[in-house]
Design a protein around this ligand. Structure first.
Ligand code: SF4
Length: 505
């Protein structure tokens, strides 16, 4: 895979044959996937809706990841409405930076504020002025320019403008092509970001010392590199998740560096002084790790996500195999399992047989389902944002899953409302992005991720159990909300099949 000669990453509909519309059971979906329906003409790849109610824009998801990056100023080349959610990101971003260390850098984002006149005359002048202002005013190490629908549609030549600006500013100027109209697969955003990062951030570390180091120093550096592992974190991970992952990998003798979230440009140079890249989530990272192997020869692992004890054990063992540390990893897993069993004991009786609906990113939904089964609860339904090759292996650790209803949909709240009415789950674990509507079902909700809470590794299983237990004891907020703020859908919609608008090919 090498797309770096192109200005922009390809969309996932083409590169991964990603599916965003499916209604049926998990058994049917898996059978379909295993019989090759992801092909160019495959039914999963070509599926669509004849009616659609809100999907995601890859630009907004790009901002969620980009805003975690340090020592950068962000230029949104767009009308003022694009990126308006940035106002709400300022406090969150500073808090999350501070959780990692004391440097709570301000989040600086600028909009080129394109208007009707710019649509006719072009947005080049405003973009140049904004980048030059950003460089002179803030002196950042990087200026990340996000391209959106309008400049792309009117034909602004971002690549040439950025190349020219690079000769006039001291910051590294990174174009990110994340126009919302180009794709219905929101996760294309990850490729758009990594495309810019791979082209502009990743390069050999500036180590003058290398020229003068003694044989002993060289041997020491090479040994450290042989134990270094890059863990590709995701913006939905908390600091507690990172510390848990670090604890487990350090326990078997590895050095961990987290990328790309909360990193600064220089960190990507030192990412080359590593023996292995490991994805927390294949959906998030495959573009980066595959290019890192292709271009720099660093191998990678994409397997499961370390959520749930079986997934965590599988993920750890894959890494341990690479470093020939399997015995150490097995001993650690046995020890952690024993501790976890004891810790979960008080929750088992109260949680047994409760039914749970899960919605959110594909890998997280199926990964978190393992915790649900571990706690003796039953999976009543799933709604992953999309479906592609990265999700299938994660089903391996689930039991008795074939008959579970699955709605593959990015948002589409009308389908979810219909499905929930039929399933009547005791609990919902879902993506915070849709919980303004989900909260009105009258059912307790646990966000499927939260940047202040622990979900990953062994401590994550305990933390999810503890929070579910507390939630089930009191969800008056949701009960009252369902009585006083009803959902907008008509009764006639609930009488129809929830998948009515998913088109057959
Ligand atoms: S779809 Fe286009 S216009 Fe709308 S927010 Fe996304 S980038 Fe902006």
């Amino acid at each position: 895979m090498d797309y770096l000669n192109s200005n922009a990453a390809p969309v996932r509909e083409e590169r991964l044959k990603t599916n965003i519309a499916f209604g049926g059971t998990a058994g049917e979906l898996l059978e379909c996937a295993r019989s090759g329906c992801f092909g160019a003409d495959g039914c999963l790849n070509q599926a669509r809706r004849t009616f659609s109610q809100t999907i995601g824009c890859q630009f907004t998801l790009s901002l969620a990841v980009l805003y975690t990056m340090r020592k950068a100023v962000f230029v949104i080349h767009a009308p003022i409405g694009c990126g308006s959610q940035s106002v709400g990101s300022v406090g969150i971003t500073q808090t999350l930076h501070k959780l990692r260390d004391e440097r709570a850098e301000p989040l600086v984002w600028l909009s080129t504020n394109l208007d009707e006149a710019d649509v006719i005359t072009g947005g080049e002048r405003k973009l140049r002025e904004t980048v030059l202002f950003a460089d002179a005013e803030f002196r950042p190490e990087a200026i990340i320019v996000c391209n959106t629908c309008v400049p792309s549609l009117i034909g602004d030549d971002l690549e040439n403008i950025v190349n020219d600006l690079q000769t006039q500013v001291s910051a590294t100027v990174v174009p990110v092509y994340c126009e919302g109209f180009k794709t219905k697969v929101m996760a294309t955003a990850y490729d758009a970001i990594y495309h810019g990062v791979l082209k502009k951030y990743v390069r050999d570390p500036d180590r003058d010392k290398k020229l003068y180091e003694s044989d002993l120093e060289k041997a020491r550096r090479e040994y450290l590199i042989s134990r270094n592992v890059n863990i590709l974190n995701v913006s939905s991970m908390s600091r507690a998740d990172e510390l848990e992952i670090q604890r487990l990998l350090t326990a078997i003798g590895l050095n961990v560096q987290f990328l790309p979230c909360y990193s600064e440009p220089e960190d990507f140079q030192y990412a080359l002084e590593s023996s292995l890249n490991v994805a927390i989530c294949g959906t998030h990272d495959d573009y980066f790790v595959k290019h890192m192997q292709e271009k720099y020869g660093i191998p990678f692992i994409i397997d499961t996500i370390p959520i749930g004890r079986k997934n965590t054990a599988r993920w750890l063992l894959k890494i341990a195999e690479h470093f020939e540390l399997v015995d150490e990893a097995r001993a650690l897993i046995a020890y952690e399992d024993k501790l976890l069993d004891k810790a979960l004991e008080p929750f088992r009786a109260e949680l047994a047989e409760k039914t749970v609906f899960l919605g959110g990113g594909e890998v997280r939904v199926v990964g978190t389902a393992e915790i649900i089964q571990d706690l003796g609860m039953k999976i009543a339904g799933m709604k992953p944002h999309h479906f592609d090759e990265f999700i299938e292996p994660i089903f391996d650790v689930l039991e008795d899953i074939d008959g579970v209803p699955v709605d593959v949909a990015t948002n589409q709240p009308f389908e979810q409302a219909n499905l929930i009415r039929r399933i009547k789950p005791d609990l919902i674990l879902s993506h915070t992005g849709g919980n303004n509507i989900t909260a009105k079902y009258g059912v307790p909700i646990l966000p499927i991720f939260g940047v202040s809470y622990n979900y990953m590794g062994y401590s994550g299983v305990y933390e999810v159990a503890r929070r579910i237990s507390r939630l089930l004891k009191n969800y008056q907020f949701n009960k009252r909300l369902s009585k006083n703020a009803p959902l907008p859908f008509k009764e006639s919609w609930y009488e129809q099949d929830p998948f009515t608008y998913i088109a057959e090919i």
